[in-house]
Design a protein around this ligand. Structure first.
Ligand code: SAM
Length: 215
């Protein structure tokens, strides 16, 4: 059945503590040692939605720990249900807002950040809400290790252009840039997200880049 009310979704999330980490502040600086109990790299996804991307990746890359962050309870509840069916020991979700990242991860704790098809906020006066705005990049720098990276995918050309500029201005090294992911060398290893599937069906091109934080 469809999860409708937010209240209902919240109750559901509270019951799904296997997949939705309660009080994630507890694990700050200790995701490897105390939560996952291994020394594998930590990759996080911002605005993970229904979690399909992360769950598929977690099955493919068993030697990596994955955490998805999503603030909207109804979609995260779907991710948790999905995890009950196909979840792996190397994946977890946080019902949190991206603005609070440094409360959950210590300096240099994160090896990679995935940002997939986030809202483009096309109006100029909303630019600060884009998850690749300088203010957000400052947060990401606080948790990324030196040599760590942000991997961005979007269908929105304006957001892509904006993001490339923001990365460059904040001293990230740009790599792996493509304006048409599905006809590029990155197509083979690509895991398709829920939104990406829709955009492909609409015949849209997908933009993709990596931004390396060299410290
Ligand atoms: N990444 C998924 C995909 O590609 O299918 C979902 C894309 S959807 C357009 C963007 C998601 O990001 C939404 O579920 C939204 O709730 C979430 N989101 C946006 N801003 C966020 C924030 N500041 N903190 C946490 N989640 C956020």
């Amino acid at each position: 059945a469809r999860i409708r009310g937010t209240q209902k979704a919240l109750e559901l999330l509270a019951q799904m503590t296997t997949w939705i980490v309660d009080e994630p502040e507890r694990y700050r600086g200790q995701w490897r040692t105390s939560f996952f109990q291994n020394d594998h790299p930590l990759h996080i996804e911002l605005g993970t939605g229904r979690g399909g991307f992360l769950l598929a990746l977690a099955q493919r890359e068993k030697e990596t720990n994955f955490i998805g962050i999503e603030r909207f309870a109804p979609v995260l509840a779907k991710a948790a249900k999905h995890a009950e069916e196909t979840g792996a020991p190397n994946v977890a979700f946080l019902h949190e807002d991206v603005t609070r990242l440094p409360a959950f991860f210590s300096v240099g704790e994160v090896d990679r950040i995935y940002i997939n098809f986030v809202d483009p906020w096309p109006k100029k006066r909303h630019a600060k809400r884009r998850l690749t705005h300088t203010n957000y990049l400052r947060l990401y720098k606080q948790i990324l290790r030196e040599g760590g990276s942000i991997v961005l995918k979007t269908d929105n050309e304006q957001l892509f252009e904006f993001s490339l500029n923001e990365f460059a201005e904040n001293r990230f090294q740009l790599r792996g840039i493509t304006f048409d992911l599905h006809h590029s060398e990155f197509a083979a290893g690509n895991v398709i997200t829920e939104y990406e599937r829709r955009f492909i069906e609409q015949g849209k091109q997908i933009y993709r880049c990596e931004a390396i934080w060299e410290g």
